[in-house]
Design a protein around this ligand. Structure first.
Ligand code: PLP
Length: 379
């Protein structure tokens, strides 16, 4: 696919050389062949072989509950109409989520999940002269997109309370293009206080955007930040239906932002979205107590696991969402292998914390098997 004159001019203005044109052209044409990963791909990469049926799979921050019954019904009854593009269903999804988050529909771009806009925002707002700044340990996907465009990447350690160190992030590079904040953070599950996010928006380097990833926010008691989007800040916020809504395989999500900010990523969109994801997401949004109930159940299972870990003197970072870091007190890769031998597949290791493994919170039955395996493996 050839780039248009306008796309070429835009790339040159952003500091790319003509040599980068080919890479961007292949990017527009290649789709799935891009060197970017999302959570399941990252989780799979760190596993030894396929996961056997019947194993406890708490390695990829998935939701074992799947879609709510209302979403499953809506999808099932729509499947036979799958021969049509049904753009209306995407419009209905945009209208529903915009209404729920008090945003104008022009501030919402729908996607099949949030990985897609995450990568696109990084590619649109970083360049050889504009860096990518994120926390460490943090969600890695943006680093691959930044590396692809040849942008410098800056890793900033979390604070002592495992929040994003927004002051250090703002200071690390005056030419930052994207400051990525995952709140709550993946892998730690810990929150960055809203006041800190507001500070970052007011004090970030000139010309940069804050990319706020709230993939796991529904599981916490913290407020969402869509109102900061409505207030026209330099902020792009990501929403996904892969986590609390249990639709990771069905795919639905959105990017929220000022129309002029979204315009930079809009041009790269491919058109029709999977109608199954769209109708499932719209149906989910219509279920009144879904978020509150799933949050309450998740929190109860998680707190029970935390109580078990405390009783057994096992170190962990008390995350506030559906994942947390467990300190195996030895190379975490060994712990992961030992757990796999018990048929429990736990999550991966971040190089900066080599003795920690990320554990996703599954059902209470799954976590009972996790606890039994931990007792054996850690004794
Ligand atoms: N952001 C974070 C922090 C994630 O952990 C994930 C997936 O696990 C995603 C984004 C992308 O998820 P999806 O593309 O399924 O919306």
């Amino acid at each position: 696919m050839d780039l248009t004159q306008r796309q070429k001019a835009d790339l040159l203005a952003r500091g790319f050389s003509r040599r980068a044109f080919g890479r961007f052209a292949s990017l527009l044409a290649a789709g799935g062949a891009l060197p970017f990963y999302n959570e399941p791909a990252l989780a799979q990469l760190s596993n030894v072989g396929p996961i056997p049926a019947g194993a406890v799979k708490i390695n990829a921050n998935e939701n074992p509950l799947g879609p709510c019954p209302e979403a499953a019904d809506a999808i099932q009854s729509f499947v036979k109409k799958g021969g049509r593009y049904s753009y209306d269903e995407t419009a209905k999804f945009v209208a529903a989520i915009a209404a729920q988050e008090n945003l104008k529909p022009s501030y919402v771009l729908p996607y099949a999940g949030s990985s897609d806009p995450l990568h696109r925002v990084v590619m649109a707002y970083t360049s050889p002269t504009r860096s990518f700044v994120a926390a460490d340990p943090g969600y890695e996907a943006g680093f691959a997109a930044a590396a692809f465009v040849g942008a410098k990447t800056c890793k900033v350690p979390l604070t002592a309370t495992y929040a994003h160190d927004v002051r250090a992030m703002a200071a690390v590079d005056p030419n930052a293009g994207v400051l990525y904040v995952c709140n709550p953070n993946n892998p730690t599950g810990t929150l960055t206080p809203r006041a800190e996010l507001e500070w970052l928006l007011e004090n970030k380097p000139k010309g940069s955007v804050v990319l706020l990833d709230e993939a796991y926010i529904h599981f916490t008691d913290a407020p969402m930040c869509s109102d900061l989007v409505a207030a026209d800040k330099d902020l792009i916020l990501l929403r996904t239906f892969s986590k609390l809504y249990g639709m990771a395989g069905l795919r639905a999500g959105a990017a929220f932002g000022r129309p002029d900010l979204l315009a930079r990523i809009k041009g790269y969109a491919a058109g029709a979205l999977p109608v199954t994801g769209m109708v499932g997401a719209t149906a989910s949004l219509g279920v009144k107590d879904l978020v509150a109930e799933r949050r309450k159940n998740l929190q109860a299972v998680r707190e029970d696991v935390f109580a078990f870990l405390r009783e057994n003197n096992i170190g962990f970072v008390p995350g506030e969402t559906n994942c947390f870091m467990l300190d195996a007190k030895r190379p975490a890769a060994e712990f992961i292998r030992a757990m796999q031998a018990e048929n429990v597949y736990v999550g991966r290791v971040w190089p900066v914390w080599p003795t920690y493994s990320r554990i996703s919170v599954g059902t209470s039955e799954e976590m009972a098997r996790f606890k039994a395996a931990v007792e054996k493996v850690m004794s």
